[in-house]
Ligand binder design. Structure first.
Ligand code: GLN
Length: 485
């Protein structure tokens, strides 16, 4: 059952008001935040004001959109006018944007109620939300474990019911991996489907905003609300947006034989055996639902990680050059001269992981190494994209695990960046190719931790991805489980 639809029904039947729903969410946030730390900033006044507007519309007999009155969390790397936007970084600790991001503008117009800005790895760099300069978010299923990252705050907030849906951003897996580790649905759309205007840039050729929800239908409704062309984003696609949510049907059968490809390279070494067994079962379930299953090979898949860790830091080093203590954000106190103002501001304002990436990126873009690293990585990126193109000549959808393991303990991987990077082995190639993909719950391990199934679609096939995900979800009960908090 879609939570959005259920609340919408209650609102339009006047069983509950938007203010009541908002107050309930704010109370839940207040009671759970001491344990979870999902939010960097709770926007209670803003939320209640927005809810009152929705109630006034309902009272006046006006029609309201499905998202009107729905509590939503926004990852704190999307600009919100007059409301702090920190990116989880000291360097933007006191930054209050003078403008609104395209996605939050659309959500406000739809009447959605933003209850707060969610925690993230600093500048969206990380896989556990431990790189936030301000707090560590806990996984609602086991408070000693990480929620994944970098959109861990949004994922934990949705999984725990602090809000109904949330937005995240995904550069190499930051929506899908936390969705997987928190047992919810998370989707990264085709590159260019959702405007990046007002999203603080990490790696611009990979960044994409997308929805989190407890159910596929909720994610579909939210995607429909944020997708669409925006002239303020030069990479925004001029395409019409289908009504993703209304097209969902609980049955694969009436359609022509759907072909699903299992990516061979994602199984075996490095994959947790329980995750492997669970995902294999989910694939069998898809077959039972009427899909034809094939094994496909994407031989370049394994080069995704090294390619990403050249391209993403290269772009990050350029994007993060703007934080120099001059224009906005943090500035060091009493520097000796102009140069030390720059260097000390950056030394004190950025955390270790961000500095590591800036250094890698500066190195790979430097004159003597550009061809050997950056250019080479771009060529491999093309090969990875071609792998997917060939696979989609044979099948409609690709499947693989979202993450090689379930949620790990906080602190377990912080000392070893490489083992942290390996979390995104299966999500990164999708960003390099600009494709849409989603993660949805497909089971639990013996410790009760959620496992995610990743579905990857061809360019702009969000509709098909959501349809298949919905059929699978409706034939299982994983999404009905909630963490005990
Ligand atoms: N974990 C990856 C990284 O650290 C991906 C992050 C993301 O998608 N924003 O870069």
């Amino acid at each position: 059952m879609s939570l959005i639809r259920e609340l919408h029904r209650q609102l339009t039947r006047k069983e509950r008001s938007a203010v009541e729903i908002t107050q309930e969410a704010l109370e839940r946030i207040q009671s759970l935040e001491p344990k979870l730390h999902s939010f960097l900033y709770v926007t209670a006044d803003h939320a209640l004001e927005q809810a009152r507007k929705v109630d006034a519309k309902i009272a006046a007999g006006e029609e309201i959109s499905p998202l009107a009155g729905i509590p939503i969390g926004i990852k704190d790397n999307m600009c919100t006018k007059g409301i702090p936007t920190t990116c989880g970084s000291r360097i933007l600790e006191n930054f209050v944007p003078p403008y609104e991001s395209a996605v939050t503008e659309k959500l406000t117009a739809a009447g959605a109620v933003m209850v707060g800005k969610t925690n993230l790895d600093e500048f969206a760099m990380g896989s556990s939300t431990e790189n936030s300069a301000f707090q560590v978010t806990a996984n609602p299923w086991d408070l000693e474990r990480v929620p994944g990252g970098s959109s861990g705050g949004s994922a934990a907030a949705v999984a725990s019911g602090e809000c109904v849906v949330a937005l995240g951003s995904d550069t190499g897996g930051s929506i899908r991996q936390p969705a997987s580790l928190c047992g919810i649905v998370g989707m990264k759309p085709t590159y260019g489907l959702v405007s990046r205007y007002g999203l603080v840039a990490y790696a611009s050729s990979l960044d994409q905003i997308g929805p989190f929800g407890r159910t596929v239908e909720d994610a579909a409704i939210l995607l429909g609300a944020i997708a669409g062309h925006d002239s303020r984003d030069a990479t925004s696609l001029k395409v019409s947006i289908p009504d993703y949510a209304s097209a969902l049907k609980p049955d694969l059968k009436p359609r022509r034989k759907l072909k699903i490809g299992v990516i061979q390279e994602t199984f075996g070494q490095g994959l947790d055996p329980t995750v492997e067994a669970t995902v294999t079962k989910a694939v069998e379930q898809l077959q039972t639902l009427g899909a034809e299953i094939q094994v496909v090979s994407c031989p370049q898949f394994r080069y995704g990680l090294p390619t990403y860790y050249i391209i993403a830091p290269s772009e990050a080093s350029a994007n993060l050059a703007r934080y120099d203590g001059v224009k906005y954000g943090f500035r060091t106190q009493n520097p000796d001269n102009l140069l030390s103002m720059y260097t000390e501001t950056r030394a004190q304002g950025f955390g270790a992981e961000v500095k590591r990436r800036i250094m890698i990126g500066t190195y790979t873009l430097s004159a003597g190494y550009y061809d050997a690293y950056y250019l080479k990585a771009q060529k491999v990126r093309t090969l990875i994209k071609q792998d997917f193109e060939q696979a989609f000549e044979k099948v409609d959808i690709l499947v693989c695990p979202t993450s090689p393991t379930t949620a790990f303990k906080a602190g377990d991987k912080t000392a070893d960046p490489l083992s942290m990077y390996l979390n995104d082995l299966m999500t990164i190639p999708v960003n390099l190719a600009g494709l849409p993909a989603l993660s949805l719950p497909c089971g639990f391990d013996d410790q009760g931790l959620p496992i995610g199934l990743q579905l990857i679609g061809n360019v702009l096939r969000e509709d098909l991805l959501l349809e298949v995900a919905y059929c699978y979800e409706q034939s299982t009960s994983w999404h009905q489980r909630s963490p005990q908090l």
